[in-house]
Design a protein around this ligand. Structure first.
Ligand code: RFL
Ligand code: PHB
Length: 389
């Protein structure tokens, strides 16, 4: 088979890139290791920057997000069970939208199917090859049969554990990493959200987050040791711990129910530089990971898609490769802003096992400064709603 852009990975970044390319008359094939149901079963991001919503509009897949998504003009931070609000709209005139990654992915799958796009599920042993030549190709097996796709470019949209980044020679790649000494225990429950906006809570027992998907679907997280067994966290133990960490008024109002999903996610910051090698372009989690505190992972994947899509259009329509040549530098500049913000917000909101009294006093001062200063709040708001592309 031959195509123009071979996309490895059918998560949000691969599907969005494929959808945008199709609308620009550029052919692509998406290779996905998992089944569609498996991809849609992963509960992940919940908060979209408005730049992300704009990209969904450009791709013609924003209709349901606009109808069912929840625009949020602010968020609450809490310290020791007492909350204060950061008003994004008043501070910088922008909002975010609460609309789950699962729904974004569902909309993208529907759009690809409606346009007759090729998304091949269940591929194994995917391997991008000859990336430093003018004729790259990707091999994989499907149902025991070997296949090969010849292409002009390979987009590595295959997440943190995919084969694309591994294809870049070690002596070319610089990796930056911080692993945080805790995880997030997340629960999804069919209960009304405790608050109409998100609550990020700093508490002596550890961080907690109250989020949501819709009027009857809540998403909650608590900081927990990453190696804790899920068996230890009965629903009752989770709700009790969450209640201890939320602001008192929210804890009193919390409606609990059975967890329909429960998992522990590790927290990590990671950047691979460069994001381009020869004819391979890394996109999203394949190139970088942020801890979820800043709600940036999916949004960064979408801004990478934006830069790569514009660069590919320039290549095919104007025979101009400056966008492709500058892709890594342009994308990484925005990535590092989000890496810094996510690191700062994570460090400010969590309890670290080795936190000294000095560290604790600095954290307390940081949060008091945020509570009392609209200038400090503006910085948080600007980063949270998303820096411009
Ligand atoms: P994905 O979603 O990991 O998709 C990669 C796809 O590649 C496939 N794949 C392969 N396909 C073919 N051949 C192979 N050899 C392959 N190897 C892998 C995989 O099966 C998969 O389908 O990466 P992508 O598209 O770059 O998207 C990134 C986002 O998924 C991620 O950044 C966010 O989910 C992060 N994230 C959040 N981001 C936000 O912007 N806002 C949030 O509120 C937010 N909350 C979160 C999050 C991530 C979390 N977890 C569990 C990691 C909350 C959590 C708990
Ligand atoms: C979520 O709803 O899953 C969510 C929201 C905000 C975050 C992280 C995750 O910062």
């Amino acid at each position: 088979m031959r195509t123009q852009v071979c996309i490895i990975g059918g998560g949000p970044s691969g599907l969005l890139l494929s959808q945008l390319l199709d609308r620009a008359g550029i052919a692509s094939v998406v290779l996905e290791r998992q089944s569609r149901d498996y991809v849609l079963g992963r509960i992940r991001a919940g908060v979209l920057e408005y730049g992300t919503v704009g990209m969904l509009e450009q791709a013609g897949v924003a209709e349901r997000a606009h109808a069912e998504g929840l625009p949020h003009s602010g968020t609450y931070l809490a310290v020791q069970n007492k909350g204060f609000r950061i008003d994004f709209d008043a501070l910088i005139g922008k909002k975010v939208m609460v609309y789950g990654q699962t729904e974004v992915t569902r909309d993208l799958y529907a759009a690809r199917a409606a346009a007759g796009g090729t998304v091949i599920h269940g591929v194994e042993g995917t391997q991008p090859r000859d990336l430093d030549t003018a004729a790259p190709y990707v091999t994989y097996t499907l149902g025991g049969t070997e296949h090969r796709i010849d292409c002009d470019f390979v987009a590595g949209c295959d997440g943190f554990h995919g084969p694309s980044r591994q294809a870049i020679p070690k002596n070319v790649l610089t990796e930056y990493e911080r692993v945080y000494p805790f995880g997030w225990l997340g629960v999804l429950s069919e209960t009304p959200p405790v608050s109409h906006e998100l609550i990020y809570a700093n508490h002596p027992r550890g961080f907690a987050l109250a989020s949501m998907r819709n009027a009857n679907l809540s998403r909650y997280y608590i900081q927990a040791p990453v190696d804790d067994s899920l068996g230890k966290w009965t629903d009752q133990a989770f709700w009790d711990e969450l209640r201890r960490r939320l602001p008192h008024d929210a804890a009193d109002a919390l409606i609990t129910g059975p967890a329909i999903e429960k998992s522990i996610a590790p927290l990590r910051s990671y950047v691979a530089d460069p994001m381009r090698w020869g004819r391979l372009f890394l996109v999203g989690d394949a190139a970088h990971i942020v801890p979820p505190t800043g709600a940036k992972g999916l949004n960064l994947a979408v801004s990478d898609v934006h830069y790569l899509f514009e660069a590919l259009k320039q290549h095919y329509n104007e025979h101009d490769d400056s966008g492709l040549d500058g892709y890594s530098q342009t994308a990484l500049a925005r990535v590092w802003n989000a890496i810094r913000f996510s690191w700062w917000f994570t460090t400010t909101m969590h309890r670290f096992p080795d936190q000294t009294p000095f560290d604790q006093a600095i954290q307390d001062a940081e949060l008091r400064y945020l509570e009392g200063s609209t200038t400090a709040q503006r910085g948080l708001a600007e980063n949270y709603v998303g820096l411009p592309y």
